[in-house]
Design a protein around this ligand. Sequence first.
Ligand code: AMP
Ligand code: GLY
Length: 425
Amino acid sequence: MKILIVGSGGREHTLAWKIAQSPRVTKIYCAPGNAGIAQIAECVAIKPMEFDKLTAFAKEKQIDLTVVGMDDPLVGGIVDAFEAEGLRVFGPRKNAAIIEGSKAFSKDLMKKYGIPTAAYETFTDAESALAYLRGGVKFPIVLKADGLALGKGVLICKDLPEAEAGVDELMREKRFGAAGDTIVIEEFMTGREVSVLSFVDGKTLRVMTSAQDHKRAKDGDRGLNTGGMGTFSPSPFFTKEIEEECMRTIFRPTVEAMAAEGRPFAGVLFFGLMLTADGPKVLEYNARFGDPETQVVLPRMKNDIVDVFEACVDGTLDRIELAFEDNAAVCVVLASDGYPEHYEKGLPISGLESFEGDPSHFVFHAGTAVDAEGRIVTNGGRVLGVTALGADLHEARREAYAATERISFANKYMRHDIGKAIDEA
Ligand code: AMP
Ligand code: GLY
């Protein structure tokens, strides 16, 4: 099979790495890819939103299956564009990817079908949002841009002045553009966060092993929200009992709700959960693999991932059982100092070759490029994800941090407390 991957981050590098292990695969292309992906796949200079160019490329190269990693093209309808050309593609259609593309849609869906989530109100103008906030709400409170904002459109406001400033930023200054035309204001929840990724074929759901992300830029969950600074898998807090409860109250009801709405979901459905004192509740849905959750989940997965992709496309997922190794993985993101705001790019990276052939330590490229002199250089906020496997979470954590020492670049930045929560398990 010839496979095309759409995207350019650590998630797509991990997907390419996992797909390359399938004996069924002869060739992998990635649009646009990065310097790490280029070591496994042929990178093609087409942007993820250039649907016409992508479908033309897939036809020309006789691609058997396209796998879409990123949210923007999914929400924009890339799957519909491929299907219209008779091409096989893994991912939700536009009318299902809206579960990630609009927080107002997903909140209304949960309300309609009784799926547990934080109480909320939706606003389309700043005046009514401000009036609501001044009318005696409980703080802290959470403001969310309705649309996609690189995981950064969520503001947790500790008091009224902060919330007023947040409404200005999202709705008047349009910091996230049209994503802030509508905002959701919701109740602040406390508890452990867990990311659960699942494969769905429209009706059947198969849950992958759990993971926990670290969204804030700085140690101790301080600093700005980012795309994710590191992950561990499995989450020791996501017990069998909690998984069964989620299956009954969240996972199956969501898949059934989307089907009932005439929006059957096929692809990866990502449940961002908060384990509250009142039981598990949904923080958000994503319509794709998480990044950097993928970097700890796929290295533990035993299945041939191409079989699973095809079952999702063909609606035969009921014939597949997922299997994961009884081990653990930790991923520490090496970022450019200053991320998620201002940072320098184009700095040479050394130490990558020490990972070649290493069966239990991996370096997945997120933002890298090859410069004019052929050197691998930094090319983004999140630069690399260093993942280690271990017999348990403690070993994986030690190994991941030891492996981060093998890599250097001038403005290397990382959190030092990824996976610290396991000490409380
Ligand atoms: P989201 O993109 O919706 O997952 O939000 C990003 C992060 O903000 C989450 O991972 C949580 O850490 C935090 N967050 C979002 N919604 C809430 C909420 N209702 N209560 C507490 N924290 C939240
Ligand atoms: N790591 C969270 C996400 O991919 O949205």
